[in-house]
Design a binder for this molecule. Structure first.
Ligand code: B12
Length: 291
């Protein structure tokens, strides 16, 4: 039986909005040929081959009109599973995730993130796919002042996937968990979610305090658990109060304190370790727990 697909299914796999597919059909005649199922038109494997070519040529920099002209000459057929494979290299994943974020397509964002992390690990996924998408989302919000719901929606979906990943930890290798927090009024917490998930892949357990952690919470946790390492995130300068690391209670053995995020000012952090990236933070923490 021939595989026939809806506009929504094809759009998700190709990483474009359904409206874009409709425009391509109307403007360039590159749509579902003549398959009808109920009142909805469906794409067949031959249509998919044309669309996949169109998408690839646009990503390569060709204009939609030129890409459509070439794609319409394609005679082959392509199966849905094949498209997923074809579009799994990194620029396409970024693009697909960005489109899915804009379309508020939760299930596509979740499954793409899960697959990517499963295949590449948290660090590579974060650096190669997730950060570029976050930067794109932040940029469009900065330029237009619109789409804040997209930022929230994508962040929450990403947090869910990273939490899931962190909870897969089996037998932690560190008896005393690492302490991880975003300081003061800091609402940005995606980086620390990524850190906790990346450490879980190494079976390193964290006490995760999340966004807007007050100093009293850090103080109590340090006294109670004497963590081997403490990671403090500040995205914004106004939240990077040095008293968060200067006034921590003294415990034995002394924890390794790491500061991450663009908020920390160099002048406040002399003699402190500021992490340059996720990989470095994971390596330092791994060393601090003696693994
Ligand atoms: C998602 C997001 C939000 C979400 C946060 C959700 C959540 N739970 O975290 C929400 C919607 C809540 C939010 C709120 C705000 N946001 Co915001 N947000 C973002 C966005 C899109 C992603 C943030 C993020 O996690 N980035 C990924 C990080 C990690 O990238 P990075 O900081 O550049 O990190 C690199 C280095 O720091 C380095 N690194 C070094 N050490 C380490 C250690 C580890 C472990 C890791 C992982 C990385 C790392 O590697 C990183 C790359 O991996 C950014 C855009 C952007 N470009 O980042 C804006 C952005 C950070 N937000 C911004 C702003 C202004 C705000 C608000 C003030 C807006 C407002 N007016 O309300 C509020 C902040 C309120 C507050 N008190 O904190 C600005 C900040 C500008 C500035 N520098 O001052 C940005 C840059 C958007 C923009 N382009 O203008 N935001």
């Amino acid at each position: 039986m021939e595989e026939l697909l809806t506009v929504a299914a094809v759009a998700r796999r190709l990483g474009v909005a359904p409206a874009t597919l409709r425009t391509w059909a109307r403007r360039y005649g590159i749509g579902p040929t003549d398959h009808e199922s109920g009142s909805h038109r469906r794409y067949c494997p031959e249509d998919l081959a044309k669309l996949t070519t169109m998408r690839r040529l646009i990503i390569a920099g060709m204009s939609p009109a030129e890409a459509a002209e070439k794609a319409l000459t394609v005679k082959s057929a392509i199966k849905m599973e094949k498209i997923v494979g074809e579009f799994s290299d990194r620029p396409d994943v970024i693009d697909a995730l960005h489109s899915a974020a804009n379309a508020l397509d939760k299930s596509f964002i979740e499954s793409t993130l899960r697959n990517d992390i499963e295949k590449n690990g948290v660090i590579r996924s974060w650096q190669e796919v997730i950060v570029p998408v976050l930067v794109m989302l932040g940029k469009s919000w900065e330029e237009t002042g619109e789409g804040i719901e997209i930022e929230h929606f994508f962040s929450e979906t990403l947090k869910r996937v990273l939490r899931e990943r962190a909870s897969m930890i089996q037998k932690p290798i560190n008896p005393r968990p690492v302490l991880v927090a975003s300081v003061g009024e800091e609402m940005h917490s995606l980086a620390i979610h990524a850190l906790t998930a990346a450490l879980a892949e190494r079976n390193i357990e964290c006490h995760f305090l999340g966004a807007r952690t007050p100093f009293a919470a850090l103080e109590a946790m340090v006294e109670k658990f004497a963590p081997p390492a403490i990671f403090l995130w500040a995205q914004l300068v106004e939240n990077a109060d040095p008293s968060f690391f200067k006034n921590l209670p003294a415990v034995r053995p002394a924890p390794r304190i790491l500061l991450g995020g663009p908020g920390w000012r160099e002048s406040d952090c002399t003699n402190m370790t500021k992490t340059p990236d996720l990989n470095f933070a994971c390596e330092e923490i791994t060393r601090a727990i003696g693994a």
